[in-house]
Design a protein around this ligand. Structure first.
Ligand code: SF4
Length: 404
């Protein structure tokens, strides 16, 4: 997030700090009621999205709740960083192509993403570029299309992202805006199957508490709608709240989840009503479904999650980087564990560990010298904890709301 955007967010927060104070009081009240009912039981709430984790850490919301005496609620980060979960294999293939003269387009937060294996001495696209490869940073697929049309060289777009980016890819294709020399490596991942997987994984750890509620991703839900989370609420009988990204959005979501737990409810509630509808964006969904099909796909360090990825349909294969460049796609048989030794990104992404549980955190692995994939992107939990951890603005927030 840019410095100016951060300042704007902080200003907006200060203007609404009275509401923050009220929300903290609600959370305290519900948490106390649950404690009286359930004793020391800890309610784990998973914030699925990297941007929610950013809000929680930057504004020190965990510390603020602690200062308010809430000790039976734990906010747990989930797998909401697409860069963190893209298998190293695809990155290595992209680096290889870059060295073979293909222009590789990528988003900024993928640039420094470390691969497991070095390719011709380069461990990332940034290193490949430093060694002479043509790697270009862009904001959207459309930017890559416009640029590729100008030079007409063989080009690859590294299509990393969740449902939010998929309409940008499908619409560019459907509207004929992609030049013949540009191919898409679709690495789009779908979030609801990952949420099911993460909830199962946390439940499997017998000594720990299961996830009692979920703060569902706001950006993704603008596309898939609140309805996408109904099976999660139904199957796990837990509340799910689709939340916006301001501190008060997240605190409202926490309060709503605790209220539902207290009342024995498990509903999907859209808190982020200014952007998300129950049905989602039907036009975007139709565009995605026209161009892509749902496939089983691998998540870095985690393995295959059924029906959790998007691949180009047969009739759009002329845009497909795998077919065009002859890259064999990963299969469950060929997938290998792809995190560096000691890196706990898989556990961090599944809500089973905190960045501080990793022995490399802020020692061998830092934002300047990332070892694992969660230390690179602005949505990576380790990168967020490294840059804004240690309480964030908790003391300031606590003063604003009268807790300190
Ligand atoms: S601190 Fe680095 S090595 Fe450890 S889990 Fe995070 S990204 Fe992986």
């Amino acid at each position: 997030m840019m410095r100016k955007e951060m300042a704007a967010l902080e200003l907006a927060f200060r203007r609404k700090s009275k509401i923050t104070g009220m929300l903290v009081q609600y959370i305290r009240k519900y948490a106390e009621e649950l404690k009286r009912r359930d004793g020391d039981y800890v309610y784990k709430i998973m914030d699925f999205c990297g941007t929610h984790e950013w809000t929680i850490v930057h504004f020190g919301l965990r510390s603020v709740l602690e200062m308010a005496g809430v000790d039976n609620v734990e906010l747990v980060a989930g797998p909401g960083c697409p860069v963190c979960v893209t298998p190293s294999y695809y990155l290595e293939e992209a680096i290889k192509l870059a060295f073979e003269g293909v222009v590789v387009y990528t988003y900024g937060d993928v640039f420094r993403l470390p691969a497991l294996q070095r390719v011709r001495g380069a461990r990332s696209l940034a290193e490949a570029k430093a060694m002479g490869a043509d790697v270009r940073l862009i904001h959207t697929f459309l930017h890559a299309a416009i640029d590729a049309k100008k030079h007409n060289k063989p080009s690859l777009f590294l299509g990393i992202g969740f449902e939010t980016v998929a309409p940008g890819y499908s619409e560019a294709i459907l509207r004929g805006l992609v030049p013949p020399n540009l191919k898409l490596m679709s690495l789009v991942k779908l979030t609801p199957p990952a949420m099911f997987y993460a909830l199962d994984m946390v439940k499997e750890k017998p000594t720990d508490y299961p996830i009692s509620g979920v703060i569902a991703p706001g950006h993704v839900s603008t596309i898939v709608g609140g309805k996408a989370w109904a099976p999660v609420a139904e199957q796990y009988r837990i509340p799910v709240v689709v939340s916006g990204f301001e501190p008060n959005d997240v605190l409202t979501a926490v309060a709503e989840i605790l209220k539902q737990i207290k009342n024995g409810e498990h509903k999907v509630v859209i808190e982020y009503t200014r952007a998300v509808k129950w049905e989602g964006d039907l036009k975007a969904q139709s565009s995605i479904n026209t161009v892509f099909e749902t496939v089983d796909t691998a998540w870095r360090g985690i393995g295959y999650i059924p029906k959790s990825g998007l691949a180009l349909r047969e009739q759009f294969k002329q845009y497909d980087a795998f077919a065009h460049f002859g890259i064999p796609d990963l299969t469950p048989e060929r997938w290998r564990y792809d995190l560096p030794p000691g890196c706990k990104c898989a556990e961090v992404n599944l809500g089973k560990a905190k960045p501080t549980d990793c022995p490399l955190f802020m020692k061998a692995c830092t934002p300047d010298h990332p070892v694992g994939p969660c230390m690179v992107s602005v949505e990576g939990t380790c990168a967020i904890w490294a840059r804004f951890g240690g309480g964030g603005l908790a003391l300031e927030v606590a003063k604003e709301v009268g807790l300190a």
